[in-house]
Ligand binder design. Sequence first.
Ligand code: BJW
Length: 233
Amino acid sequence: MSEGRQRPRSIVILTGAGVSAESGIDTFRDGGGLWEQHRVEDVATPEAFARDPELVLRFYDMRRARIQEVEPNAAHEALARLDAHWPGELTIITQNVDDLHERAGARRLIHMHGEHLKAWCMTCDSRHHWRGTLIDRPACPTCAMPGSLRPDIVWFGEMPYRMGEIFNAVARTDLFVSIGTSGAVYPAAGLVKQAREAGAATLELNLEPSQGSRWFDEARHGPATALVPAWVD
Ligand code: BJW
């Protein structure tokens, strides 16, 4: 890896939908993206789920099926290589709810917005690997309560997962790299500022300048499958 400054010991990588785009998963805010086809308020809030659970479950069942049809791409594979060989601290924080980072082999990974392939029981707080549908409101495998499973996804207004670990990793990192994210959703979008304030170098790899581009020391623009292997290898 070539960096302008001194070689970093600790790296934090934040990924977003742009990393999985070339695997065939729709992003959210690009032309033709998911939020052009669906209103956020209808499908990605706890209020939407309370109002119309069938609509929300159908939306997530469709996306859960889709991610099982696609494969990791060269960007996921490059990050997995970095994870396997980087001797210092490394944390990959993904906003993505697909499993393409781990299928490529990444291990030091935090899913801050949840995972499509898990269901969460609202009654007993258990989590379950889930590949099938939820539309038929199956009973929870742990407490047997019918209709209490929901996608294990962080909706708007809900607290993203593992924020303590995330803030700690960002506070002590030497290098913060943001890949394939628009910088539109908080608290993820604010991590670059926190990293800068803690003295880290910051690098953006994205198709185009993101909303937070001005916070990065350096930005490289292009497809993740080209930029990420070029940065890693
Ligand atoms: C490529 C490429 C290629 C394309 N190669 N690049 C201020 C005002 C109002 C509200 C808020 C506020 N501050 C915070 C909030 C609340 C809210 C928020 O941020 N709203 C904003 C819209 C302003 N945040 C929350 O509610 C969060 N929780 C929270 O703040 O908790 C604290 C709290 C709790 C309770 C009370 C009060 C406070 C939770 C956010 C949850 C986000 N959930 C989603 C959907 C769930 C998952 C799902 O359905 O799949 O997560 S939203 C969606 O956006 C998804 C993503 O993870 C997230 C980020 O999107 P991402 O990954 O950046 O994708 P895109 O599409 O936006 O961008 C793709 C980028 O890739 C683009 O730049 C392309 O150019 C690029 N690209 N192809 C490289 N081939």
